[in-house]
Design a protein around this ligand. Structure first.
Ligand code: B16
Ligand code: MG
Length: 215
């Protein structure tokens, strides 16, 4: 594509690895409910909203809960998750991220966050990147979770650029589908045998340069 007009980044799994913190909190909840929860199970929750994640977890444990109980369980999980990320700092920014963000800044290419997480602003502040982003779209700003394109379309709108001129970086299948549904060029961060439908794949942001997008 020609030089992108804007970049949209997923947070968890692209900018910072919060999956391990989510996993521990969900695992503890599952254990308390009387069933085990594996790392493989956790893969199904990547990029998925908090409530949808809880529904998948309960389906794995074959447990039914009322809406009120579900709200309490989700709040409990979130409390533990927030507690476990409280010590997070800039050393947890994934390799290659800061270098690429600096390259974008130097070339006046705006970038926004497009995350399903309601904790996204807190995390960005902890790792010292909050001020760098030109816009932040997160779980608090959207009504339709990924794979719905809402989060990325809102990002493009906030940056005043056409969706077709945007590049999305995503580590989850639901996010790749959201980016494609938004009409954007999508780079999958992870294993191309697992992630389907992206336009390009990288194993880590360390492989990314602006030049690679200008093909
Ligand atoms: P929270 P992303 C997603 O963030 C995570 O991948 C997913 O595992 C999590 O359940 C979701 O955020 C909601 O997070 O409970 O903090 O609102 O990958 O879209 O940046
Ligand atoms: Mg993610």
């Amino acid at each position: 594509m020609a030089t992108p007009k804007a970049i949209l980044f997923d947070l968890d799994g692209v900018i910072v690895d919060t999956a391990k913190h989510h996993f521990q909190a969900w695992k503890q909840l599952a254990n308390e409910l009387g069933f085990s929860f594996t790392e493989e199970d956790n893969e199904r929750l990547k990029g998925v909203s908090r409530m949808d994640s809880l529904n998948i977890l309960l389906e794995i444990g074959q447990i039914e809960k009322s809406e009120t109980e579900k709200k309490e369980l989700a709040a409990k999980k979130n409390e533990r998750y927030v507690d476990s990320i409280s010590t997070m700092n800039e050393t947890e920014i994934l390799p290659g991220v800061e270098h690429f963000l600096n390259e974008l800044k130097n070339n006046n290419i705006p970038f926004a966050l497009g995350s399903a997480s309601k904790n996204a602003p807190t995390i960005l502040k902890k790792i010292g990147l909050f001020e760098k982003f030109d816009a932040i779209i997160d779980g608090n700003s959207i009504t339709n979770a990924k794979p719905d394109p809402e989060v990325f379309l809102l990002g493009a709108k906030e940056l005043s650029v056409n969706a077709k001129s945007c590049v999305v970086f995503e580590d989850a299948q639901s996010g790749i589908e959201a980016g494609k549904a938004a009409g954007m060029y999508v780079v999958g961060v992870g294993d191309s045998r697992v992630l389907k439908g992206a336009d390009d794949y990288i194993k880590s942001m360390e492989e990314m340069t602006l030049g690679r997008l200008e093909i």
